[in-house]
Design a protein around this ligand. Structure first.
Ligand code: SF4
Length: 372
């Protein structure tokens, strides 16, 4: 598989290893020994060499990429052709920080680190099955900074069993006190097949209204602290938005390598199945059809707080947004769920809470475009 992309793309590397599974997680990951990690690193290096993409963003996601350790991560980076300003993000388990050499990682190109805090309340973290405590997260942030990596992101989770408005406020304050320039705030979703799904009835889950209040409380607190909401679940100081993740939402090309990794390249989507052995054996990805049509573009773009405009749509598809889109957006604006100014539409925080039905209704208007 080779890429004929004339411009730099994003590269996602999935690392399917975790020390233990968190109770809510359905990402493709498993515990692994050193031999398996070595074999996987070699397989990834081969896949990178074969595709040989020029990258302006690289994202080590998982799973727990930090479980690979410094030597394997730097080896992988040595195989990736990068632009001088390439953003290289490493998802890092705070508990791995002491065993990583952040200076060596920074020298190899890592310039952004994303860590899972979920909650600063250790009882809430334990309820999720997370291993490290808030003090470990604080220490990991300090270690990364001491190595010169200052573009840091923390994950927060809303809707955790036992979470209250007060404990959420403390978690937000914990992040703000660390002065990280990026925070992701996700709602806990109970995924089928996870331990949480099996114990759903016994979990002290907050009700829907409480979770909505929690979300609005989070948006308000982070915005007041200068972190602009730029996507439904993501907040950043200006200039610290995740350039890699913006590619997903803007329907720009990226290559994903590793089991469970998805790609959008040359207008086509394809993915590797959730099968580590298949990837180690060098089996090719599975085609998933064409991508980037007007409906998909709208569906992804509406997640961003960037205005959806005639100009942006026309730049991509050579025609204006359909009248049906504008009419639907104005209807949602009258309900306080969107803003529409001079034809530029975006979700409000209240609209973000209903993003699925709203985006579904708005993308239906894309059908009109396709039949024009
Ligand atoms: S560390 Fe992340 S990927 Fe691993 S099990 Fe926990 S939530 Fe899932």
């Amino acid at each position: 598989m080779t890429t004929a992309e004339p411009r730099p793309i994003g590269l996602y590397l999935h690392v399917p290893f975790c020390k233990a599974k968190c109770l809510y997680c359905d990402f493709y990951s498993m515990p692994a020994g050193e031999e398996t990690k070595d074999a996987y690193t070699s397989a990834l290096c081969r896949a990178i060499d074969e595709a040989d993409p020029l990258c302006d963003t690289v994202y080590f996601g998982g799973g727990t990429p930090s479980q690979l350790g410094t030597a394997r991560l730097t080896a992988l980076l040595s195989h990736i052709r990068r632009t001088p300003d390439c953003e290289v993000t490493l998802e890092c388990n705070p508990g791995d920080a002491d065993s990583l050499d952040f200076r060596a990682l920074a020298a190899a190109g890592v310039n952004r680190i994303s860590m899972g805090l979920q909650s600063a309340n250790d009882a809430e973290r334990r309820a999720l099955g997370r291993r490290s405590d808030a003090a470990t997260v604080r220490r990991a942030v300090a270690l990364a900074r001491a190595a010169g990596i200052t573009n840091l992101s923390l994950d927060l989770m809303l809707g955790i069993p036992g979470q209250t408005a007060e404990s959420l406020a403390k978690s937000i304050d914990f992040c703000l006190a660390l002065e990280v320039p990026h925070i992701s705030a996700y709602l806990l979703k109970i995924e089928d097949g996870t331990p949480f799904a099996a114990m759903r009835d016994r979990l002290a889950l907050p009700d829907e209204d409480t979770v909505c209040d929690d979300y609005l409380q989070t948006v308000e607190a982070l915005t007041a602290a200068g972190l602009r909401q730029y996507e439904i679940s993501n907040f950043a100081r200006p200039g610290f938005e995740s350039r890699h993740n913006l590619k997903y939402w803007r329907c720009e090309p990226y290559l994903g390598l590793g089991p469970a990794a998805h790609s959008f390249l040359d207008g086509r989507r394809f993915y590797y199945p959730r099968d580590l052995q298949a990837f180690l054996d060098g089996r090719p990805p599975i085609p998933d059809g064409a991508g980037g049509d007007p409906a998909e573009w709208l569906m992804l773009r509406l997640r961003l707080m960037e205005d959806v405009t005639d100009a942006a749509f026309a730049a991509r598809f050579g025609r204006p947004l359909p009248a049906a889109f504008r009419q639907s957006a104005e209807r949602f604006a009258r309900q306080g769920l969107m803003t529409v100014t001079d034809g530029a539409a975006a979700l409000t925080p209240a609209g973000c809470l209903l993003s699925n039905p709203i985006i579904g209704a708005l993308t239906e208007s894309a059908a009109e475009i396709d039949t024009n």
